[in-house]
Unconditional design. Structure first.
Length: 360
């Protein structure tokens, strides 16, 4: 703990400072303690802040600062004048977490089913019921119960394996040519499908079947098929391609099944905004509210990355306070970096000074 305090220049231990962040342990810091902050592209940060303020979630956090962002202050002055950085900790007072990466998936598809294009990408099933538990129990505001009604009971919706052998009560957006690529589309949450008509359509997360996400990389390690230090998107995909008879076994380990909708723009996050490469992150919104402005420090592609990012997305595998998934864009380079990114993470949240009393 002493090391943590010295490193971040803080004098108090992490505490829950805000009723708006009831599970998040914070420690006040200073911009001078943020690695490489004074090398940041402040103009780019301000533009992304203004873009994020298009969402009601950001406006709820930053209020009048969304309007003040068009003031006469320089972008750097705006940040220093109106914000205070707080180190994010886990409940056990750990300020180190995990940074991973994701990208906009690419796959080949057709609007019509054929021998080549036979793996359906479904929209949300018409019989899938989603219950916002927060409307009944406020303490469960970030939780949803999903299932389908049988008689007068809500029962669990079909798993991935069960759905394979049934007629899913849903529209098909398109059919792709690889069940492996379809699976990784689910993991990434957004993608672009190149149709056999030379048209490109954007598809993004809309819902899921209510079953907990389970990492197939962990399953392959458990089965002694991969070493834990070798697990990456690339190594998992290579194993699946080399073992076609076991693809269903491994994919079905993850009972969660994602449903999509067609989008009018590229990769879109949970806030409905188009994601910005290396500026947008997915977080666990139990600890970090969507719309938050953050600062991260980690090693990415063998280089130190220190920059302002924005919590604009969520993901089934993103669990914990000091945890983020960095969106890296589209293309082979983004896939390459995202597929192997697992880095120690330090994370700060930038909160408005004007509402300081709400965070103490």
């Amino acid at each position: 703990m002493l090391i943590s305090i010295l490193f971040f220049g803080c004098t108090k231990g992490p505490q829950i400072l805000s009723p708006k962040l009831p599970q998040t342990y914070l420690m006040e810091s200073d911009f001078s303690n943020l690695p490489n902050f004074y090398e940041e592209n402040y103009g780019d940060v301000l533009k992304e802040f203004q873009n994020s303020c298009k969402s009601s979630k950001s406006k709820k956090i930053y209020g009048e600062l969304c309007n003040k962002s068009v003031s006469n202050l320089t972008p750097k002055e705006f940040l220093l004048e109106y914000f205070t950085p707080y180190v994010i900790h886990s409940k056990k007072a750990q300020n180190k977490g995990l940074l991973t990466g994701y990208y906009e998936a690419k796959l080949y598809a057709s609007r019509s089913k054929s021998d080549k294009y036979k793996y359906p990408i479904y929209s949300t099933p018409k019989d899938l019921v989603s219950v916002d538990l927060g409307s009944i129990y406020p303490k469960l505001k970030n939780y949803r119960l999903r299932g389908r009604v049988v008689g007068n009971k809500l029962v669990p919706y079909d798993t991935r394996e069960q759905s394979k052998d049934k007629d899913v009560n849903a529209d098909v957006l398109c059919y792709c040519d690889s069940k492996i690529d379809r699976f990784f589309l689910e993991i990434q949450g957004s993608g672009r499908a190149l149709l056999d008509t030379n048209e490109t359509i954007f598809i993004g997360y809309d819902n899921q079947n209510g079953h907990r996400y389970r990492a197939i990389g962990r399953y392959l390690v458990k089965k002694n098929e991969l070493l834990i230090e070798d697990v990456s998107l690339q190594s998992i995909k290579r194993w699946l391609e080399d073992n076609p008879s076991r693809v269903d076994e491994v994919l079905n380990y993850n009972q969660s099944l994602v449903y999509f909708r067609e989008k009018y723009q590229g990769a879109t996050g949970a806030m409905g905004l188009e994601l910005s490469p290396s500026r947008s992150v997915a977080v666990d919104r139990r600890y970090i509210p969507l719309g938050s402005m953050l600062y991260l420090n980690a090693m990415v592609d063998d280089k130190e990355l220190s920059k302002v990012v924005f919590a604009q997305d969520t993901g089934g595998a993103i669990k914990g306070a000091v945890r983020a998934d960095l969106f890296l864009g589209a293309g082979s380079k983004a896939l390459e970096i995202a597929g192997r990114l697992k880095s120690e993470l330090h994370l700060w949240i930038l909160l408005p000074k004007e509402n300081r009393k709400n965070y103490e």
